[in-house]
Design a protein. Structure first.
Ligand SMILES: *[C@@H]1O[C@H](CO)[C@@H](O)[C@H](O)[C@H]1NC(C)=O
Ligand SMILES: *[C@@H]1O[C@H](CO)[C@@H](O)[C@H](O)[C@H]1NC(C)=O
Ligand SMILES: *[C@@H]1O[C@H](CO)[C@@H](O)[C@H](O)[C@H]1NC(C)=O
Ligand SMILES: *[C@@H]1O[C@H](CO)[C@@H](O)[C@H](O)[C@H]1NC(C)=O
Length: 286
């Protein structure tokens, strides 16, 4: 590889992640197969990871290896092996660091009084993209939050701030929080002992969730969901309700930090940077 770029790459990766995440990427996601490019496998793997971390475009990887070689590598890893990697990533998010027992114990330790039941939070996250697929309309991508083209993804995390489930990503105009929540079929993925914290955008969909769960043979009840009280306009919240509302709000917003953390580790997914160019939302979603 060109010059001593690989040494610089190793240093960046070590500083950002330490050893374990890089080791996981190398041994589990990349695996032990041969990828295109006349370089050592381990160095190609590091370049793929560096691409996400640096936020530089594929063309910028020219400083390491010719663009055509990088592109073949990129394509083989993210596109050709999409279904296998996607399956593995989902399975490991769900099972490596979180289980119903861990979640319940973490909630008892970490949650404020009165909110000890909440084991998971669901949130919709908008990510800025520059989407290049000429056949598709850009207007469906508009995000009011980000004032530009973006995709929305539902993210579930537990009280140890472990992200356990991620929905598919939808164009922002199409992807409504409530309907995306229904489509995730979470009743198959979370436990009947879990309690899902959510904001007001979701609570109108709880009944539908429970019905779908019942049809599929699961039992979810109101105690599996917690959301702020909603009143008709003009109706005042009682003192207790206001107290709960504020408490829930500040508890919930503490989970937002997760996304700025993700953005600071992976410049490619940082909404403050120049928007990301992708060929297909599903590859972005992995
Ligand atoms: C595809 O991904 C799986 C799991 O992430 C990995 O074990 C495997 O080595 C990859 N296979 C190929 C052919 O790239
Ligand atoms: C939920 O149930 C409705 C019918 O009540 C059905 O149309 C819909 O496809 C179901 N959704 C899921 C995600 O199972
Ligand atoms: C918390 O869980 C207990 C036991 O399952 C239940 O009785 C109670 O209603 C739940 N409280 C809330 C606020 O969901
Ligand atoms: C308000 O909260 C207090 C203490 O948490 C409780 O004793 C009281 O019954 C609550 N009042 C109402 C109207 O729910």
């Amino acid at each position: 590889m060109k010059g001593n770029t690989i040494d610089e790459i190793k240093e960046v990766l070590l500083n950002r992640f330490g050893f374990i995440p890089v080791f996981y990427f190398l041994t589990v996601l990349y695996g032990n197969v041969e990828y295109p490019g006349p370089y050592r496998e381990i160095e190609k793997e590091l370049v793929l990871l560096y691409h996400m971390v640096s936020g530089e475009s594929g063309k910028d990887m020219h400083k390491v290896m010719p663009y055509a070689t990088f592109y073949d590598l990129y394509k083989r890893f993210w596109i050709t092996n999409y279904s296998e990697s996607n399956k593995k990533v989902k399975q490991d998010l769900n099972g490596m660091f979180s289980s119903p027992h861990i979640r319940i114990l973490a909630s008892l330790i970490n949650n404020p009084d009165g909110l000890k039941n909440v084991t998971l939070f669901i949130d919709g996250h908008d990510s800025k993209i520059k989407y290049y697929k000429p056949s598709e309309s850009h207007s469906l991508l508009y995000s009011y939050k980000l004032k530009g083209p973006a995709v929305r993804t539902q993210v579930i995390q537990d009280m140890n701030e472990i992200i356990t489930h991620v929905s598919i990503s939808e164009k922002c105009v199409v992807g409504n929080d409530g309907t995306m929540f229904i489509q995730m079929k979470l009743y198959k993925k979370i436990s009947e002992a879990d309690c899902l914290g959510m904001d007001g955008g979701y609570n109108l969909f709880i009944q539908k969730f429970k019905d779908n769960a019942t049809d599929a043979g699961y039992g979810f009840y109101n105690r599996n969901f917690l959301h702020p009280i909603r009143k008709e306009p003009g109706q005042k919240l009682t003192l207790n309700e206001t107290h709960f509302y504020n408490k829930f709000g500040s508890f919930h917003s503490s989970t937002e930090a997760q996304f700025s953390m993700l953005g600071s580790k992976f410049e490619r997914f940082n909404n403050n940077r120049a928007a990301l160019q992708i060929s297909d939302i599903k590859y972005y979603n992995i």
